[in-house]
Design a protein around this ligand. Sequence first.
Ligand SMILES: [Cu+2]
Length: 268
Amino acid sequence: MKTKAICSFFVLFAIVAGIVATTPAAFADHSEVTIEAAMGSGAPGCEDTAEGCYIPSTATVDVGGKVIMSNPDTAAHTFTAGTPEDGPSGEFDTGLLMAGNSFEYSPDTVGEINYFCMVHPWMQGLIVVQEVEAEEGGMAGELMVTITDSAVKGGTQVDLEFSTLHVNYEITAMQNGETVLQETAHAMEMTASHMVDAVGSDENPIDIKIVSLGIGPPGSEADWTGPMGEVASAKVVPEFGTIAMMILAVAIISIVAVTAKSRVIPRF
Ligand SMILES: [Cu+2]
């Protein structure tokens, strides 16, 4: 008598969810810049120095950022958008800025703005207004978690794929209102696997939920960055078409791709 055995029985599907990080890991800060009129710039000569007549003579600021124009010199100066040749362009004009005074300007469009001093036309500077910089430093801006489910021989293996290293997360698997798996983990690599001691069915699907706890080395929770909160959850059932998927996120969600594939191969 032959024992009827299901040797291979698997369900495969994947959910990919991308969350745009709301907390960049590191970025060059151009949200505010201070420009000072050079000391002694009321007399010609500063235009021939390396520093120039406005310091810095080229200043970079984010669009929507703040430019503080300050006059520590003893002479009164203006910071007037435009050039001595063409005159004021209208973007900003401090008017006559007396010694010790300052003026604030917030650019609202990307571009380059020349400016000069109406009193001392050899004084000229440039403000570069740029898009707010994306983060730098190699930390991915998106956290992607892919849940691939592979139920083999009585258990369900949950494979995860991350778009970045060092994701700390909690994985929970529920079946019939019972928690069949609950683990907190740190992804040293781009992939991770968890074994759930249960198999999903139409009547008893397994609900898997991944919650991001932050990105960073284990044990330094205070320094973790990136999206935190629910990343993805999925219902694991062995039949094509009955896979229910739900993707939630705490930040801005962008679903990159959703694919679902299911196959049942019974062998006797
Ligand atoms: Cu001046």
